[in-house]
Design a protein around this ligand. Sequence first.
Ligand code: ZN
Length: 246
Amino acid sequence: MVNLVGVLGDGRWWPILAAPFIGSFLGVLILRLPAGRGVVSGRSACTACGRALGARDLVPVASFLLLRGKCRFCRAAIPRVHLWVELAAVGVALWAASSGEQGGQLWAGCALGWSLLALGWIDALCQRLPDALTLPLILGGIAEALWLEPDAVTGRAFGAAVGYTALWALAWAYRRLRGREGLGLGDAKLLAAGGAWGGVALLPDVLLVSALAGLGWALGRGRTRIAFGPFLAAGIWVVWLYQGKE
Ligand SMILES: [Zn+2]
């Protein structure tokens, strides 16, 4: 899957080097955004003892491993999510780079992948897809078209509208038939982001991949209710990366 020699042989390693630091920020985002706490200041203090963290406490991946996952001062456990998200952010960049994306397209792909990573993670933890992430991701898809493929802007905007409408209609129909909430509008906004990044042609495959993955997971775990966001995010990512863009 990862063609490391090819990836390291040209400029494609910049996003990979940036990825642990982006992942560090995403970890803060994932823990703070659903709680309505600010994210701009980053992870500046230990949540247990409140002591200010220095640069050596905040090196992605390395600090966590050197400190064995504990605060230097009070030995309280550092949430493991920080380590996993930092590693996952590197994985996203490696994956995008090894799929042949380059230059601006690679940075755009990483931005999409990192956003989807945060959204899927938050939904898995909190059963929420915050507007603060889905709405910028929709605009980001349109902006990416303006930047790299100006001819595709109309198609992308149409894709966003169709993506939103499709899941909104499904959610509405479910509510009418079953009398309770099946899908959230956060899912509709996330599929709109998929349309904004890949146009309407992307949507059927995204829905198919996400639904099959979600169904497989639910059956495997014996669950009847799951957060759909992580599967939708993964579906958008995989289909966007391999189906090609409108
Ligand atoms: Zn502490």
